[in-house]
Design a protein around this ligand. Sequence first.
Ligand code: GLA
Length: 705
Amino acid sequence: MKEKTLFQLNGTSSQLVVEVGDFAEILHWGKKISGSLESFRQSLYRPIPHGRLDNDVAMTTLPELGRGVFSSPGLEGHRDGHHWAPVFFLKNVEKSGDILSLTSEDQRAGLSLLTEICLDEFDVVKTRHTLINTKSGKYFVNRFANSMPLPARTTELMTFHGRWAREFQTQRQPLLHNGYQQENRRGRTSHEHYPAMVCGTANFSEIQGEVWGFHFAWSGNHRLRADVKTDGRRMMQAEVIYFPGEISLEKGESISTPWLYASYSENGLNQMSHHFHDHVRESVLADDFKNKPRPVHLNTWEGIYFDHEPEYIMEMASQAAELGVERFIIDDGWFKGRNDDTAALGDWFLDELKYPNGLLPIVEHVNQLGMEFGLWFEPEMINKNSDLYRAHPDWLLAVDGYEQPTGRHQYVIDLQNDDAFNFLYERLDYFLSAYNIGYIKWDMNREIVQPAHDGVASGCKQTERYYQLVDKIRAKFPHVSIESCAGGGGRIDYEILKRTDRFWASDNNDALERQGIQRGMSYFFPPEVMGSHIGADKCHCTRRRHSIEFRGVTALFGHMGIELDPVKEDGEEKAHFARYVALHKQLRSLLHTGTMWRTPTDDPAHQVLSVVSEDQSQAVVMVTQSAMPTHSLSGNLRILGLDSNSTYRIYILDKPKNYNDIVVFQPPWSKEGCELSGEWCKEVGLSMPILDPETAILIKAEKIS
Ligand code: GLA
């Protein structure tokens, strides 16, 4: 038995205390405490109750069945049916700055394990394991999970659900006996099972309660679990779902889990989001794009769909430039034979029938107008009706002999096939080299069924090869911005964000739906990575109509764009687009660097979202009336995050056309503005104006003293 030592990792307000002896166990992860580590240890020795194993069973950093952990173990695997319950003993511990690295071994099983745990200044924990087969003969890995302990007082969960066009919906549930599990087998991060969850003390809210938030950085199949052991201890687990036989390690080979990101907040969900947003800004986003203002988009998809005519597209570009647009993107429909969604995926050659003079005149026109040019690709996909499939029917990601269901009439390309991988790289390389392209929208429009390479399951490897393809493009074209899109928000996670810069949050541009989707996304992502476009007045997804003011204010709070055909819009509507584009540019640096607050409201029919500048000198607040106000008076609007001791001028920046006509009198502050202390704004607030359902107002707070 090795002597036990305590290690401490410190964030700004949180702390991890890890006991290391024969194995490692996280004893405390929560509020940062001062005092002697040894006294902490004394206080935490557990009793041994009757009716259980005779010894204390630790929840090690990789829970092991062989030590007597009866809940979900961290590793399940075998070597021809042997060594199926390994027990690891620590061999080496290194602490360097914020990072604790633990090397353990099970000599009998011939396995070595590296566990890395980091806690940064933003209070974000990052952890992963790496398993190495050190003995001859294949070691099959069935499961390999990241685990983090939760205190017994975490009795409530917030998890995510969704669907295409309705991503990032949240649900609350008690965390009682047995716990909670979610599984994603759709082959991408998925709209349905966004890989994150929040565990907290009872009734945790945006501003109150302790919460432990988790994000699993992986763009494929996964399982998340909040486990309540029968002895009352709790833990969170996150893992890739491996298909049978998918992972086998030869001697010397290794496999790593994805990174699990986690953060503790003692002040509810807003503070948790601040930690994650700061971490994403500092450590996840690529340096090349960090300090560049994000250009306002015009994307052609909902404007023209597959109907491409170069002269017309150039006119769209000219009109986009007049609106203040800074990046013009040709979406789907530009490549050979792509006239609808049944054909041509894989044929990444310009459609010369549609573009007889090539792409160059359009790219040059766009650039001359002062805009960047962007292009849509869906590299991993193939239609059977394509030249590529006719030439390479064996490039499908499939199990021979089975007819796979299609998704949007398409199939997936096996990226482990080097010829296919190289072909896709060459095609992307060609376009990025031949034209002045500043951005690509990288789409992925179907789920993956039966992924296999040479008959062996390859869900995990397909995801890894996808990362490699993006990395290879990124390495050669570091200044090309990449958006991750998968039928809207089907591939949104931190691992893909390391190699992309923006997400298409949803195919749904309905402002009311977007309010919910964008709010859900804001728990783990800062606004600047969220593509958010003004769509047509009658939404293509929901067939619902919204005023330009509601659409404009909603789109402001992300990386803004326009998703329609400006040529078909009337002058008045266009004047509004130009106004919101200008407003976004004016507020962009505040929105994209500030601190976001989801503010509790007195009436659930309201949603309030604000962003406060880092120096607390200004804030912008969006107040949304999502449904009919519950009462005739809606209480007060509070503004969080301002400096308590400073005075701010508060005034309305944007409001619905009929703002003054729907009541006898709106609150006077909303007409004349008013001056209030940051403390008053937070504790008392301002009288809430009366709004029609599905409208919003925008408020500005500026520090005057
Ligand atoms: C997906 C995307 C859309 C658009 C289409 C093109 O659905 O989410 O924005 O690019 O594909 O086919």
